[in-house]
Every structure is written in C-alpha cells, then in structure tokens.
Write a protein that binds this ligand. Structure first.
Ligand code: COA
Ligand code: AMP
Length: 632
C-alpha cells in the first residue's frame, strides 16, 4: 500500500497525471483531455474541456449502477422529533422533479438561485436540483439576518430563491419568511419567484404572484434531465466573510469540485460507498456544501442531515445516539461542539449509554482544535481524532491526516501535513520562505489544486488583491503559522480582521460598519476575545459623539441589538463597551491586535508608533470592568 509520502510525492512529480487519474472516478459526458489550463496565469482553470454533471455523479449514477435502494440521506431532527430516510432512487425522483419545477419557471443553465433554508432534506435537494440543470446555487446560512441576505441577493442576482417557512432553534421557531420578504424588499435586484417549503411548525403566508408552494410545484413538475456542464462552469457561489462588510462570493467550478471531493472521501476520510458519513455542520457553510451534500453523495455514501445542536437537543449524548442509531462510520464536527459536549458531560458518561462501535474516526475543522478537546475525545471514544485545516476558499482540506491512505502520528495542535495539490510554505515579512519552527504567513504556491476557488463572483480584481497580490506566485491564506522539522503544519492565528466564533467565520469589519451606523457612535472597533466555549467572541468598543447626552449602557444595548438585526444572531455579538478613546498609532490606525491581546490577558508590546500609550490603560480598565483581561 502506498504511504502518504508516496502519494504526496507522486503528485509533486506529476500533478497533471495525478489529477487526470483522480478524474477517472467521475462520470464525464466528455472526458477532459487535460487537467490544468495555465494559459491565463495567475488565474488557473481545471478540467476546462471536460463536460459532466454533478447531480448525475452524486445521484443518478448510483441509481444507474443498481444502488437505487441504498440510503442516500438520513434526516434526524431532534428539534421536531422527525426522522426520514431517503434512498438514492427516491432522491433522484425528488431532485429531478424539483429541477423540473425550476426549469418550468424559467431557470436555466448559468442562472443563480439563492437557497436560504434550515437543515431539512429539501435544502440538499435544492442544491442538487440547481446542479442538475446547471444553475448556480448560492446557499445562505439561516442564522444571517435579512440585510445579509439582501446583500447576497444584490450580488448574485438570483432568478429564484428557495426557502422554507421556518427554521427551528432550541426553544424558538425562527420564521424565515419575514426575513426573506425583508431581504427582497431591501435588495435592488428582485428574483422572479420564490419556492417556499411549508413546515408545520409555522406556515408562511405566500406573496401572490411571487411565492410558490414547494410541494405543489414539485407535485406536478416534469422530470428534468441532467444538463451538460463544462468543467470550468460554476456550480455554486458561497459568500464568506472578508475584511470589509461586503462578503466575498467564493466561486466553485464544477469539474475540479467533483474530482477533489471524490478523492478526499476515500483517501482523506477513508470511507467506502454505502457507509454513513455525518458532517455535523449546516448547508450554509462550506463544510455543509462539501461534506453534507456533495462529497458523501459523490462517493455513494449515506449522508446525514441533522437538525439539532450538540447539547440541549435533548442532551450532550445526542451525537452518540446518532452514531448508534445510524451506524455512523465517520463524524466531522467543529471543536466548539466538542467543548460544548465536554462541558455538559466532562467524564463522557453519556457515551457509555450507546454503542458507538461503528465510528472509526472523528474529524475536526473550522477553527483551531485545542489539545484538551482532542485528548478528551480520544479517551472517551477510543478512535483517532483528526484535525484538518481548510477554508471556504479551498473547499476541501489544505492539510490533514489522510486516514484512507495512512494514519500519520497525531501531533496535538497540528492539522498534520499538506494534502496532495497543496505546496504549503511559510513566508516571512519579506515574502521569503521561513525556516522550520518559525512563525510566518501561510501561503500556498500557485496553482491551487482542483476544487479550490478560481475567482470571486463578479470580482476578479478583488480576488487578485485579496489573495494573489501580497506574495506573487502564491495564494495568501490569511492564516499565520509554522511548519515543524517533521513537516507538520501549525495554524496559529488570522492575519486579517476575520474572527472565528463557534466555528463560524465572521468579519469584525462588518460588525464595525453596523456599529458605526448608530447615530450616537462616533468611532468604534471590534475585536475577537478568547471564549472558552466558542473559541472567540466579538467585543465592541464604542466612542460616543460628544454631548450626545444619553446613558452609555442604553447605547451599548442598542448596538448589541443592531448587530443582531443587521448581521444576525450568528454574530453572537453580546458585548459593547463604551470608552473615551481608542488606542491608535500616530497615523491613526486602531490597535485592534493589542486590544485583543489585552482582552485575553496575554502579554503584548505596544508598538513604537503608538500615539498615546495612556489610552491602553483606559482600555484595560474598561475590559476588566466588563469581565475580560482578568477582570470581574
Ligand atoms: N438559524 C437561526 N438562528 C441560528 C441558526 C440558524 N440556522 N444557527 C444559530 N442560530 C442562532 C442561535 O440560536 C443563537 O441565538 P441566541 O443568541 O438567541 O442564543 C445564535 O445564533 C448563536 O448561535 P451559536 O453560535 O450556534 O451558539 P449557541 O449558543 O446556540 O450554541 C454551540 C453553541 C457550541 C452548541 C453551537 O455553536 C454549535 O453547535 N456549534 C457547532 C458549530 C458548527 O458545527 N459549525 C460548523 C462549522 S464547520
Ligand atoms: P471557513 O472559511 O469558515 O472555513 O474558515 C476558515 C478559517 O477557519 C481558516 O482560515 C482558519 O483561520 C480557521 N480554521 C479552519 N480550520 C482550522 C483548523 N483545523 N485549525 C485552525 N484554524 C482553522
């Protein structure tokens, strides 16, 4: 059996041959004659002359191969008490009819469709139906507010929006329809129609002439065939947080996406067709796109749609109940979920209530995996706990431990080694490769492998500036870290203003834009402070207009409410602190890094360029009063 080193080396020696071979696992209508098109450097395209269909490969292909009775989707919803099991043959029928309903209403290849849905099987079906007819889906996480949805509608200009009447959070029903209506009212672009899945927990009123009942539309829809889609055609756009308030529309091309994801299922995750793969994430995030929807289905596995939380639905044993009941072979979750479970069940006693013997591997990603949580899970479950590192932009792991090839020794705090396709380097401030064990910017030598972003939606220049400009010839990941003498990678921090709250990527810049819009706020800054459960939590600092005459705590409370209304509950913005001044350099740059370190009670050095060092003392006092920096 080849080792990881053999496989990585085989890619290094012959990247073209490596990816063409991987492409053989895909059913093409027209086989690609070459893998990489580098004619427009630094922009690269993969499998550009191949023609295939992702929905065919994820669904129809398995039915055609005689696996129609195999389970494709298991839906388990502790928040509603409902479960469903959908075979590949049933999935094909449901997706083809939904695709037919879209086509009947004018959606064609290349049109965008926004999917704003809770964790129900219809969310997957929506994405697959788009893929079937070559439409480009853009799925928006349900925890975002109407304004964020409006921003995405205006950028993607969808012909249709697929949504549901409500989502369910523990203890509350989230009515989606008012959010959708609000977003469409706010957006300049108007979709032609919305398809709304009515849920019994809260039905929505449909807007005459615009909204269509999902079930009725599908019931009399024709069966749509799979369209021929070029390898370089986009399959989806997924918006993610950047440094400013405007989210980045990460584009995913169809051919490379299929090839890369299919390769990872076997080699990185070590699962086989027919096995059950559960990514406990949400379809609104990249993990959901790659490993709830596409990866498992491309590989002929059974995927799991879980509508619940790691704790409280009903308790910290729900993951283990899921493993037992559905015979889950691989579980993928975020470290924050493990921390939540560990907090409620420190001894892992609830695990012993279930037979978790089907579970071979636990995978973690989305944020730094703290050694404590890894060790706790290793002890409690007795299986390898594998950290792996990736980003919305890459769509699959940059670094990981490829258990399907070889389980490399686990080093706590490291997501192990680069996957084939990724030549990862640490660059110093001058853009030169840094020696082992030295902290620097993590960059990837171009070209990025198949499945990674070719560009940003309608924003090629932003793509170039954000990722390719700082280190010519490299992709800038936005993460800082190091590589040790054994070639293990360590991810330490972001180099930009992106923070990671409960595994969710958020922009402090976007929160600052909201705070600055409050009429009494003169200036503001948002930082990420360490949080024992969520990894990081946003903390806002507000300087008020002179003589505004209102109680600071009243304004702070309004600001907390404003962020929830504008960005959404997912921002988890709960702390706004009113201060007199913000610490700045003499050129006026706010010292957010110093403030973040101070909030965590960590050592830091004030830069020599600081304007007035006394401000740091004021900030520290305010942080202590708010319970940070070793305060109350
Ligand atoms: N629709 C509407 N609201 C949502 C939502 C959705 N799809 N998802 C989350 N929210 C809301 C939550 O209800 C919460 O609202 P609240 O402020 O009224 O309590 C808020 O957004 C923050 O949610 P979250 O960050 O999930 O925190 P939580 O306190 O509800 O739960 C954990 C904490 C650790 C249990 C939870 O964060 C979790 O399950 N994390 C796993 C994350 C994960 O899998 N990420 C995937 C990335 S790979
Ligand atoms: P997202 O685009 O939401 O997947 O977030 C990507 C960012 O999350 C990365 O750039 C990292 O900052 C962080 N991240 C994801 N996985 C890991 C990991 N395994 N270890 C450390 N950080 C991670």
């Amino acid at each position: 059996m080849p080792t990881y080193a053999d496989v990585y080396e085989s890619w290094r020696r012959d990247p073209e041959g490596f990816w063409l071979k991987a492409a053989e696992a895909i059913d093409w209508f027209e086989k690609p004659t070459k893998a990489l098109d580098a004619s427009k450097k630094p922009f690269y395209r993969w499998f550009a002359d191949g023609v295939a269909n992702t929905c065919w490969n994820a669904v129809d292909r398995h039915v055609a191969a005689g696996h129609g009775d195999r389970l494709a989707v298991i839906y388990d919803s502790p928040v509603t008490g409902r479960q469903a099991r959908i075979t590949y043959a049933e999935l094909q029928e449901r997706v083809a009819r939904l695709a037919g309903a879209l086509e009947a209403r004018g959606v064609t290849k290349g049109d965008r469709v926004i999917v704003y849905m809770p964790m129900i099987p219809e969310a997957l079906e929506a994405m697959l139906a788009c893929a079937r007819i070559g439409a480009v889906h853009s799925t928006v996480f349900g925890g975002f507010a109407a304004h964020e949805l409006a921003v995405r509608i205006d950028d993607a200009k969808p012909k249709a929006v697929l949504s549901a009447s409500c989502g369910i959070e523990p203890g509350r029903v989230v009515a989606y329809k008012p959010l959708l209506d609000g977003a469409i009212a706010e957006a300049t672009h108007k979709p032609d129609f919305c398809l709304v899945k009515q849920r019994p927990e809260k039905e929505a009123e449909l807007v005459e002439g615009r909204d269509v009942d999902w079930d009725a539309a599908v019931a009399d829809a024709p069966f749509a065939e799979c369209a021929a889609v070029g390898g370089d055609d986009p399959i989806y756009v997924l918006y993610t947080s950047g440094t400013t308030g405007a989210p980045k529309g990460v584009v995913r091309s169809s051919g490379g996406h299929m090839v890369a994801l299919r390769w990872t299922m076997e080699n990185l995750y070590g699962v086989k067709p027919g096995e059950v793969f559960w990514a406990a994430s949400d379809v609104g995030w990249v993990v959901g796109h790659s490993y709830i929807v596409y990866g498992p289905l491309l590989a002929g596995c059974t995927t799991v749609v879980f509508e619940g939380k790691p704790v409280g639905t009903p308790d910290a044993g729900v993951y283990w109940r899921m493993v037992q009941e559905h015979r889950i072979a691989a579980l993928f979750t975020a470290p924050t979920a493990l921390r939540a479970i560990k907090r409620d069940d420190p001894e892992g006693a609830l695990i012993r209530d279930y037979d978790v013997s089907s579970l071979r591997t636990l995978f973690l990603a989305g944020e730094r995996a703290d050694p404590d949580s890894i060790q706790w899970a290793q002890r409690a479950l007795g299986v390898p706990v594998i950290d792996h590192w990736w980003q919305t932009e890459t769509g699959w792991a940059i670094a990981g431990n490829p258990v399907g090839i070889e389980l490399l020794p686990v080093k706590l705090g490291s997501p192990t080694k680069p996957m084939p396709g990724y030549d990862v380097v640490i660059l110093d401030e001058a853009g030169q490769p840094a020696p082992p064990d030295t902290l620097g910017a993590i960059a990837i030598r171009l070209p990025l492998p198949p499945g990674t972003l070719p560009t940003l939606w309608n924003a090629e220049e932003r793509f170039r500036k954000s990722y390719l400009a700082t280190y010519p010839g490299f992709y800038e990941t936005g993460d800082a870290g190091m590589i040790d003498g054994d070639g293990y990678l360590y991810i330490m921090a972001r180099t930009d203003d992106v923070i990671n709250v409960a595994g969710h990527r958020l922009s402090t810049g976007a929160m600052e834009e909201v705070l600055a819009s409050h009429p009494d706020v003169a200036e503001c800054a948002v930082i990420g402070a360490a949080d024992p459960l969520k990894g990081q939590a946003p903390v806002g600092f507000l300087c008020l207009n002179k003589g505004c005459g209102r109680a600071p705590e009243e304004i702070a409370a309004e600001c907390v409410k404003l962020v929830r209304e504008r960005i959404g509950p997912v921002a988890a913005f709960k702390t706004a602190i009113v201060v007199e001044r913000l610490p700045k350099t003499r050129s006026g740059k706010i010292l957010r890094g110093a403030m973040a370190k101070m909030a965590d009670g960590a050592a830091f050095k004030a830069p020599a360029t600081i304007d007035d060092p006394a401000v740091l003392g004021e900030i520290e006092a305010a942080l202590k009063q708010a319970g940070f920096a070793g305060g109350a």
